[in-house]
Design a protein. Sequence first.
Length: 318
Amino acid sequence: MNLESNSSGGGGAATFQGCDPQKPAEPILSLRGVRVKRWRNQILDLPQEESVDIFLGDTVGLIGENGAGKTTLINCIVGKMAYQGSIERNFSIQDFGVQFQSNDYDPPVKVKELVEAVCQKSASNPELKAGLKEFELEKLLAKKVKKLSGGERKRLTLFLAVFKKPKLLILDEPTSALDYQKRRKILHTLKVAMDKKTVLISTHYYDDIEDWANKILILDKGRKVFFGTTGELEERYPLCSLIRIPMEARGKVDFKSLKVIELDDEVNLGVVMQSEKEEDDFLSLCKEAKIPAHREEKLYGIYVLALNEFREKGKEKR
């Protein structure tokens, strides 16, 4: 089945039509020129001249700061928001699962009743029981959904999204509101459940996707900064590591020819290291000068480099 929507103006409604299984492999999801305007602000503006193509088996990490357009893009894909442009969805509604950052549902029912209604199975079903245990929900069955904590509700939503083994799963901040141990366990469960299937995952936790995603989509204020494989991303923005130091360290340590970027938190600098020796030497200087220094995750460092270059090019055009 092909769930396809091409919109200009107030579109966004999704429709189904047949798909020929004998055709060559085509993207399970393709985005081109998707734009959303709210009042006078363009909050999403993907380029018309090149598409964002996601194929069966891809895990795509969607990253960007708050307000970058990640949730807006997800809402367009699932038909919750009007947009201009083209979104081609080559999957059936039965093959699709989604977990939103916040849940609108707040039914006056117990967890057991909701699970049985959505999964169409009795809570005593062995497969359902195993899944509930995997998401640590088996002890919550008698609890009212509206009484669940943020973390419990997140685990319930994720379970309902993956139970029917969708071919495409869209996750919007799936591990927020979870402690570190539950984050690691839930991620492992998701990876196993979605093996060889397709995932689009939006997150602020770069370690959630660093060893999972094979493609990365970076957004900044609704614009595409980068889309491609993780290998292409590392090739375009090479670095060994990014060292975070406080802004006031400027002048207290010799940066020499190192690339220094002001981070978006406005209180720290990011210093780009191109080799382990360069990193060791710089960390030794920081230690001698009693400057706190923190080695960031590599994917975050690459993201900072990509964002900095994108914004610098934007300034040159103005």
